[in-house]
Design a protein around this ligand. Structure first.
Ligand SMILES: [Mn+2]
Length: 414
């Protein structure tokens, strides 16, 4: 059993939703002051620490998929570094088990000079987040390679986890004419990662995690008619590489709307992908819809099936403005509270197994819960929740019944 706590897109600085995630801005310019003063919540950090202790949430690793800060100002990086360590302590995570991949906001453009073609200023853009005063430097020093310089990937080799972090924002620029802050899976970087993977040989049973900031998949909603310019370019090449390299799990950030789906290609069917949403950005409803900030716990419980895929659950909590940290609900936070993963059964096969059992069950009961199905077919414990919901819906249609769900625990056919 391995537990990963995931906090993404903290945006510590003026874009964070709370005063205590925002170093006080200089007295000028005035608009910054106003933005700071408008924040009413002064105890977001404390609220999280109390929530984690109250729910007794612990984890082995703290995973940070980027945009830790808003502008990589030294004060922001310092606050991010302090808070990340504070969160790790609350979760019982050792400081050397914190990993991160930088986002497009973790770049310090304050010294940027577009007229400097020597590469000096460009090379300084990661000096702040990588400064020796802050914990992120130690995270980088612990790995092999460097996310902050070419070819922008790093490997953390733990006894129970092989994690690769990649910087999908390494090409990013502050100049408006360079376009939106999309991600890039640079072919030269992918070649370097591929060569590294070839050198270490096939997976050895440890969890293989890939950590990156930008999203590689063009998720649907919440603004269906607006093109998503911030997607990762050349993402299919990255996904193929993950498939080839036997990665078990991909965790990313950038898109503030959370999501957890298993990705498939023709050659390789199952890669669970967690789009982490944002832990503490002031959500922009124009891009994200009405969703809340998120915290996730990925629990990997083992491996199953002929392909030895990982099994487990993703549990998500949302920060509701009036109620604080509460279990996520898909309708309001974009992600279910608990989503299992690891059993992948195609619909016809699933229906053929379920129908005789459910027909028989309903001769003596007026309803059946999904949990009762799982007691009969233990391998379905890790069937993704949306697969279970659609299986019950198909079965209800076929049997002239109804089905409904609120959470995994309440999924019912009656
Ligand atoms: Mn971002």
């Amino acid at each position: 059993m391995l537990k990963l706590a995931v906090m993404s897109d903290l945006h510590i600085g003026l874009a964070a939703r709370a005063k205590d995630l925002c170093p006080e801005p200089p007295l000028t310019p005035r608009k910054h002051r106003a933005k700071y003063d408008a924040k009413t919540n002064a105890s977001y950090r404390q609220m999280f620490i109390e929530f984690v202790s109250r729910e007794r949430i612990t984890a082995d690793y703290l995973v940070l998929p980027g945009d830790l800060t808003n502008q990589a100002r030294p004060q922001e990086v310092q606050l991010a570094s302090e808070f990340v360590l504070q969160a790790a302590d609350a979760l019982g995570i050792l400081h050397d088990k914190i990993i991160f991949a930088p986002g497009n906001h973790d770049v310090d453009w304050s010294m940027y000079d577009p007229s400097d073609h020597t590469g000096v200023r460009w090379g300084q853009r990661y000096e702040t987040i990588g400064h020796a005063n802050f914990h992120f430097r130690r995270i980088v020093d612990q790995g092999q390679g460097d996310v902050l310089s070419p070819p922008h990937f790093i490997v953390w080799d733990f006894p129970d986890l092989l994690a690769v972090g990649y910087n999908s924002a390494s090409h990013d620029s502050p100049m408006p004419e360079d376009g939106a802050h999309h991600g890039l899976a640079d072919p030269a970087h992918l070649d370097a990662i591929r060569a590294y993977l070839a050198s270490i040989g096939p997976p050895d049973g440890r969890l293989r995690l890939f950590l990156v900031h930008h999203h590689p998949l063009d998720f649907a909603a919440p603004i269906p008619r607006t093109p998503d310019f911030s997607l990762m370019t050349n993402a299919e090449a990255l996904l193929s590489l993950l498939h080839e390299g036997g990665f078990d799990l991909l965790i990313h950030g950038h898109r503030h709307h959370p999501r957890f789906e298993t990705h498939s290609t023709a050659t390789y069917p199952h890669l669970p992908v967690l789009c982490s949403g944002s832990f503490s950005v002031e959500i922009d409803t124009e891009w994200a819809g009405t969703i809340d900030n998120q915290f996730h716990l990925v629990e990997v419980t083992g491996r199953a099936g002929s392909e030895n895929r990982i099994t487990g659950t993703v549990t998500s909590w949302s920060n509701n403005r009036s109620k604080g940290w509460i279990p996520s609900e898909e309708s309001t936070s974009g992600i279910h509270h608990i989503i299992p993963f690891g059993s992948y059964v195609m619909p016809n096969e699933l229906d053929a197994r379920l129908e005789p059992f459910i027909r028989q069950w309903l001769t003596t009961h007026d309803h059946i819960l999904w949990q009762q199905v799982v007691e009969e077919f233990p391998d379905l414990k890790h069937l993704p929740l949306n697969s279970a919901i659609s299986a019950f819906k198909r079965m209800a249609d076929r049997l002239g019944r109804k089905s409904m769900y609120q959470t995994l625990k309440d999924l019912i056919l009656y």
